[in-house]
Design a protein around this ligand. Sequence first.
Ligand SMILES: C[S@@+](CC[C@H](N)C(=O)[O-])C[C@H]1O[C@@H](n2cnc3c(N)ncnc32)[C@H](O)[C@@H]1O
Length: 275
Amino acid sequence: MSGFENIAAVLKARSGLSLGLDKAYLVQARLEPILKKRALSSLALLADRLRLDPALEREVVEAMTTNETLFFRDGRPFDHLRDVMLPRLHATRPRGMPLRIWSAAASTGQEAYSLAMLVSEMGPALAGRAVEIVGTDIAREPLQRGEQGLYTQFEVQRGLPARLLVKYFTKEDGGWRINRQLRDMVRFREWNLLSDLSGLGRFDVIFCRNVLIYFDQATKARTLEAASRLLSPEGAIYLGAAETILGMNVGLSPAAGGHGIFQRNAPAGAAATTG
Ligand SMILES: C[S@@+](CC[C@H](N)C(=O)[O-])C[C@H]1O[C@@H](n2cnc3c(N)ncnc32)[C@H](O)[C@@H]1O
């Protein structure tokens, strides 16, 4: 196996990232800083080291993740959540029982904080019901940025309405910090989607967006199936705009009224629940 193939195999096993030979340039470019730092002259040498050095393996995985994200990305899933899903969950759930939302590939936290702002803006429509938001990602550095809740001028100009910027952020040296109340609604945890997910608990809403696109079909199906096992029967899983479950038998069906939104199939013998 070449250095590239070795590294691609490690990345696939460790993070699900599926890389064809056409991505050799990308691997070389992303890993160049690591090669330099460690004075390694080739990917083959790096691949040899990986097996013996878990810290290096993590560094390589993190370097290869794509952390691109923005506030209220794609808009429509957030509209559906605000107008359909959360009002429905709130109406059917016993009083006092919190709702739980998972941002399953949270990156630097914009998705999780968009969810927190959306919930906060719903105010009386949720009648004080507690909503817990959990943001997870395999990559530690982006998550740490999410925890800090400090965003650059460029980042707050991407997707975030000016009204919400003024309402929920404070200008500081180095950017805009999201306020304490919203930070307290969100908990960030390092979690690999390929690992056992059961420790995360149950969720009413799962945003699993723009991560499955990096996986091959089998890994995608396995991950979706594992994630949907955490979903409450009335809840929904929201995928990214370019993601689909077409051709996958993962126990999910499209929810009415929303593209890329899926609900768990009713158990055999029960009436269908989508709609
Ligand atoms: C493009 S970002 C998506 C961020 C956000 N969900 C959005 O749609 O804007 C993809 C994220 O998936 C994370 N990721 C990749 N493989 C993962 C895995 N196996 N487990 C958990 N997170 C993973 C990456 O670290 C990256 O932060």
